[in-house]
Design a protein around this ligand. Structure first.
Ligand SMILES: *[C@@H]1O[C@H](CO)[C@@H](O)[C@H](O)[C@H]1NC(C)=O
Ligand SMILES: *[C@@H]1O[C@H](CO)[C@@H](O)[C@H](O)[C@H]1NC(C)=O
Ligand SMILES: *[C@@H]1O[C@H](CO)[C@@H](O)[C@H](O)[C@H]1NC(C)=O
Ligand SMILES: *[C@@H]1O[C@H](CO)[C@@H](O)[C@H](O)[C@H]1NC(C)=O
Ligand SMILES: *[C@@H]1O[C@H](CO)[C@@H](O)[C@H](O)[C@H]1NC(C)=O
Ligand SMILES: *[C@@H]1O[C@H](CO)[C@@H](O)[C@H](O)[C@H]1NC(C)=O
Ligand SMILES: *[C@@H]1O[C@H](CO)[C@@H](O)[C@H](O)[C@H]1NC(C)=O
Length: 326
């Protein structure tokens, strides 16, 4: 099936902290009002109703998990988050393991225990499907993530997979498809067959749906589970198309980790230029009919994307509202 699969197992712990006994730490109030910048508003202004479900910190606020989706600004965020970890002195566990995204129960427990034993606050990053820590009887961390327009992401990943195979010998695809353009793939087979790990392309749904094998197919089941997990466990899911607003929201909701990150991003031309030119220019632009066929095959992914985008925009408005009324 997937040939030539080379897995790099380098684990980078950028900051090594002493293990702490997390059960002894006082558990903060998970509501946004516990954050210094919101306290005043929360205490005394009752004229504006806060939709708590939208701005609430969902999970133990000193443990943040970013289970990054490939080709969705994750490289750029990795750099920004690493800088934040250095300047704001928190632990970052940045797993460079690219595949698999689906992990065994043993690995789930390892991850949960690594996070619990790291010096808090800790930010854990990895390309992996959603792990339910509660089900493992570990404290549920705060989940964050960011997704991208599905067709754009598919095009980007399709050519990125081939580029990293050619240039870095990291080949996450069936080599018999190596030289095909996305147009050729869609013409010769079908759009849905081109959205496939054998082609070096993944889908977004299982990153939110989780580890049930049913999550790996595009279905109503995986869509509904994904939405349920987002509502219950993800404090912020942004969209790449509104990246600045995503960073701004992170900064407001998690100042301990992300204070000043939106300014850092705006003032770093290099980081923005790199992220916009890393793969573009090296790939043919697919035809409009290819894009239309992909869009149709990705209907469920668009359902999730639209859901996330609407939620994110509401959340952003909510936070702006609280700020102007402080
Ligand atoms: C870790 O613990 C050692 C020994 O208790 C101590 O000397 C060191 O300062 C601690 N380091 C951090 C980062 O807390
Ligand atoms: C952590 O703290 C709890 C509660 O005080 C205690 O029962 C437990 O033994 C401690 N664990 C470690 C590894 O120190
Ligand atoms: C909120 O109102 C209470 C009671 O009116 C007052 O004591 C407190 O100082 C106010 N807090 C702020 C931050 O204004
Ligand atoms: C892809 O095309 C190049 C250039 O035509 C050729 O050298 C290479 O063998 C092809 N690779 C595969 C896997 O077919
Ligand atoms: C999925 O849900 C949609 C809308 O609720 C419905 O029209 C469709 O028939 C469902 N598909 C399956 C396979 O259940
Ligand atoms: C915030 O970021 C800007 C731009 O990188 C930098 O000049 C400034 O010193 C930073 N401020 C703080 C408080 O870290
Ligand atoms: C493809 O679609 C874009 C945007 O809808 C349009 O601007 C462009 O002219 C179309 N290209 C072709 C070749 O039809």
């Amino acid at each position: 099936m997937i040939s030539n699969l080379i897995v790099f197992l380098s684990i980078v712990h950028i900051v090594h902290g002493n293990a702490t006994n997390s059960s002894q730490q006082t558990t903060p109030d998970f509501h946004v009002c516990s954050l210094q910048s919101f306290r005043k508003f929360c205490e005394n202004d009752t004229t504006i109703k806060i939709d708590k479900s939208l701005t609430m910190i969902k999970g133990y606020p000193l443990h943040v998990v970013y289970n990054r989706v490939p080709k969705s600004a994750s490289e750029m965020l990795r750099k920004l988050f690493r800088e934040q970890a250095e300047s704001r002195h928190f632990t970052i566990e940045n797993e460079q393991i690219f595949v698999p995204f689906r992990l065994s129960p043993e690995v789930h427990r390892e991850i949960a225990s690594d996070i619990l034993n790291a010096k808090a606050p800790v930010l854990y990053e990895r390309h992996m499907y959603f792990v339910d820590f509660n089900a493992l009887k570990y404290p549920q961390p705060v989940y964050i993530n960011i997704i991208r327009d599905p067709v754009k992401r598919i095009i980007s990943q399709y050519y990125w997979t081939r580029q990293s195979c050619r240039e870095e010998n990291r080949c996450y695809l069936d080599m018999k498809y190596f030289n095909e353009t996305l147009d050729e793939c869609v013409q010769r087979r079908s759009a849905s067959e081109c959205i496939n790990p054998a082609q070096g392309v993944d889908t977004i749904l299982p990153f939110f749906c989780g580890h049930d094998p049913k999550c790996e197919s595009l279905s109503n089941y995986s869509l509904n589970e994904a939405k349920k997990n987002i509502i219950n466990h993800y404090t912020v899911v942004g969209v790449v198309e509104e990246l600045y607003n995503f960073l701004f929201l992170l900064e407001r909701l998690f100042p301990r980790f992300f204070r000043n990150i939106s300014l850092r991003y705006m003032s770093d031309d290099q980081i923005r230029i790199e992220s916009s030119t890393r793969t573009t220019g090296k790939r043919p632009e697919p035809s409009n009919s290819t894009k239309a066929a992909l869009r149709k095959a990705l209907a469920l992914e668009y359902d999730l994307y639209d859901f996330v985008k609407t939620r994110f925009q509401n959340q952003f408005q909510q936070v702006l509202l609280t700020m102007t009324n402080v």
